[in-house]
Design a protein around this ligand. Structure first.
Ligand SMILES: *Cc1c(COP(=O)(O)O)cnc(C)c1O
Length: 495
């Protein structure tokens, strides 16, 4: 079947998967969605004997229908290889209350690697297929993890350049060091005086700048987006939700057809939307539990039906979830509005002019698949301490938000269905929050001393992503105001 993509805001054009991946964002500012979410054509039993790459192919072939089998398998094999430090790619760790799905075994030890290790290959293949003769310029705003994962994915990939904006002071020291030491002649990293939403809004403005697009085209460049709005990031994430179910079945942890829950630490709503797509594809997920930190816009949205970003932005210990505008939520809004581009466009317009919108009662009724809650920073730290004490297992703060929200969910509902907690980062990436949560006596240590301490306490060896930044040279030190982002792009491209 030939699956096409269209914008959530109704510009009316149809795109092949490869075109949507190349464009990133639709011309009308909307996000690309498939005309329909395909249903798996293999049973869970069949999938349960497959490895990660094979499951990934079974998922992606249904969405990326204009890629040949050979092209898609080449992309998958190039992505999910020895860059990951374990052959399962996404291992499941069974603990007392839940299964932890560890998505942090890639090059940059956060779950963004799951999609960003394949996106460059999908994009370069898409460029070839569409006879695109321009150099692809990836422009990305990051709350910490996307930036490094995108840099690692695109560094030295021929025919591409990548510029990453991050909120100066809004990411962890390890995250910042990972980015500013990035090698590769086609890479640039620029700090913004502002928060993540400033950086993300700035990037959106640049993407919609027609004048800039025209002068770039003349100079032989074309923008694309590696942010989680790109369908080429969303779909590869669906794969691990399918793989997880198949693996639990293969391991005899669940019966075929048994419903399970997933708890997802959420920021931009990409990861949990992938879980929702897996459910729509036919995987027996019951509740999708959306875990937020103190920036609890989504919790409020699920409880009231009103999305309101007019509030204080809080810098927390889980910075990759410090987000007030969850871009991928637009795909859900579109769907619960009965695939109505008019309703979606109207709500997104309200969001940009008034900073808030309210969904209808009928739309609210469509949200039954989801449960939302949040964990404060104290609750998050307490959860890290508790899980370490009881199980000797160290959670990063993002995963700990999810685990704490799962406790609240069980307390409220009494639901005992088997549950997967999605583990989005290695604790090594956030030692400044993790180490004091394990033992307050260690507060005053330097970051790398904390890293050594974590190795001692957890018994888990320091990953390569950490050892390689120790003593690495700083290659990017530019910091600009948000009004200077356009100039930073022009400078980078030598225009
Ligand atoms: C990006 C990120 C998240 C949030 O994921 P979304 O897809 O933006 O909801 C959570 N945890 C970590 C560690 C991340 O890097």
């Amino acid at each position: 079947m030939d699956l096409r993509y269209h914008s959530t805001r109704g510009e009316g054009k149809e795109y092949k998967a490869s075109e949507a991946i190349l464009k990133g964002l639709a011309d009308d500012g909307g996000l690309f969605v498939p005309d329909q979410v395909p249903v798996l054509d293999k049973t869970m039993k069949e999938l349960s004997s497959m490895n990660y790459r094979q499951v990934a192919y079974e998922v992606m072939k249904l969405f990326f229908t204009d890629y040949t089998e050979e092209e898609l398998k080449a992309c998958i094999n190039n992505a999910y290889d020895e860059k990951f430090d374990c052959p399962q790619i996404a291992p499941l760790v069974k603990k007392k209350d839940a299964y932890f799905l560890e998505l942090f075994h890639g090059a940059t030890i956060a779950f963004k690697d799951m999609a960003l290790s394949i996106l460059p290959h999908l994009m370069v293949t898409a460029a070839k297929k569409n006879h695109c003769d321009k150099e692809i310029v990836i422009l990305t705003a990051t709350s910490g993890d996307t930036g490094k994962a995108a840099l690692a994915g695109f560094a030295d990939v021929p025919g591409t350049r990548i510029l990453v904006f991050y909120p100066k002071g809004g990411v962890s020291p390890v995250q910042e060091l990972q980015m500013v030491t990035q090698k590769g002649a086609n890479t640039a990293v620029v700090g913004i005086r502002g928060n993540f939403d400033d950086a993300q809004t700035g990037v959106k403005v640049l993407f919609n700048d027609k004048e800039l697009a025209a002068s770039m085209a003349e100079a032989g460049f074309q923008f694309s987006s590696a942010n989680s709005i790109n369908i080429g990031r969303l779909i590869p994430q669906v794969a691990y939700y399918v793989y997880t179910y198949a693996k639990l079945l293969a391991d005899g942890e669940i019966a075929d057809g048994e419903k399970i829950n997933a708890v997802v630490p959420t920021g931009n709503f990409g990861n949990i939307l992938a879980a929702y797509y897996a459910k729509l594809m036919g995987v027996p997920y019951a509740k999708l539990i959306c875990a937020s930190n103190d920036n609890k816009v989504l919790f409020d949205f699920f409880s009231t039906g009103c999305y309101d970003k007019n509030r204080e932005f809080i810098l927390t210990t889980s910075p990759s979830m410090d987000i007030l505008v969850s871009s991928n939520l637009e795909r859900l809004i579109y769907r619960i509005a009965g695939n109505s581009a008019d309703v979606d466009a109207e709500m997104m317009k309200k969001l940009s002019t008034e900073g808030r919108y309210e969904i209808t009662e009928a739309m609210k009724a469509e949200l039954a698949d989801f449960y939302g809650n949040y964990a404060s920073q104290d609750e998050t730290a307490a959860k890290i301490g508790q899980v370490y004490c009881e199980e000797g297992y160290v959670l990063d703060p993002h995963t700990a938000v999810a685990a704490a929200v799962y406790d609240k969910y069980r307390g409220e509902t009494g639901d005992t269905a088997k549950t997967v907690v999605v583990s989005t980062a290695s604790p090594y990436k956030f030692v400044r929050s993790v180490i004091p949560a394990l033992d307050p006596a260690n507060c005053g240590m330097e970051d790398f001393a904390m890293i050594d301490k974590l190795e001692e306490l957890s018994g888990v060896k320091q990953p390569k992503a950490i050892t390689e930044i120790r003593g690495a040279k700083i290659l990017h030190d530019k910091v600009v105001d948000r009004t200077e982002m356009k100039q930073a792009v022009l400078d980078f491209l030598g225009m």
